[in-house]
Design a protein around this ligand. Sequence first.
Ligand code: CAA
Length: 260
Amino acid sequence: MSFQHLSSETDGAISTITIDRPKALNALNADTLNELEQAIDRAAGDDAVRVVILTGAGDKAFVAGADISELATLDPDGAAQVARRGQHLFRKIERLGKPVIAAINGFALGGGCELALSCSLRVASESARLGLPEVKLGVIPGYGGTQRLPRLVGRGVALELITTGEFVKADRALAIGLVNHVVAAEELLPFCRALAEKMVAVGPLAIRAALQSVDEGLDVPLDEGLAREARAFGALFGTADAREGIAAFLEKRAASFRGK
Ligand code: CAA
């Protein structure tokens, strides 16, 4: 499958999706969102793919937001539809069942920041700038920013970023927990691949269950989340992977997981 606005390459168990519209700083127009959904669906359906890295082409931008030229023509119904379309895709990324690492190589603004927020974790290059500048356009974040940013960094910091529309540099993004790591630009993809390799080495069913437990647990009362965690923990004990992982530890050897 070939794409016009992104590339998707799989190396071993790691799939790297690179959004590639450099003339618009990798902004997400409708076609790019459609292609991104196809690439995500493909990664979801391919058991050999265990981790996805999402990044932007070039050294200037991860994704500079939704494509503002497409927003210019929207009426209220059309705009709500555009928001739901992006939200649907980003929720799909969040619920992929495989870790998705955002490798933020430059501007991650508006919908680009929201895309990064829907990933499992975020690694930024030193030159990255993140923000939700939608209020400067007279609108608000529409791809989940008002919901995911406060869940990640807390209400006060999120409201500061959302109501000023100001960008934060990588070091501040790290300080507020918006990104997990900041690395030199040339180290960004190698660092993300090294992180991904660690995730490839462990049990895929455990990873899927952990992602689901955290995702669902954040939206339910603690006791309900704990009950769900116990059920998922129990279910894993019915898998060959858990038997293998525990036996391998006791036998002092490397585990060989099969996703079963
Ligand atoms: N949509 C469409 N085109 C964009 C774009 C976007 N989000 N961001 C940048 N571009 C285009 C510019 O129009 C410009 O195109 P031309 O060369 O044809 O003029 C090209 O990319 C390069 O951009 P700049 O010349 O502006 O580059 P700069 O270095 O001076 O500034 C920037 C970089 C600060 C990122 C600036 O481009 C910018 O502020 N971009 C918009 C960021 C933004 O507001 N994002 C939020 C979009 S709304 C949204 O995302 C809604 C939502 O939640 C769903």
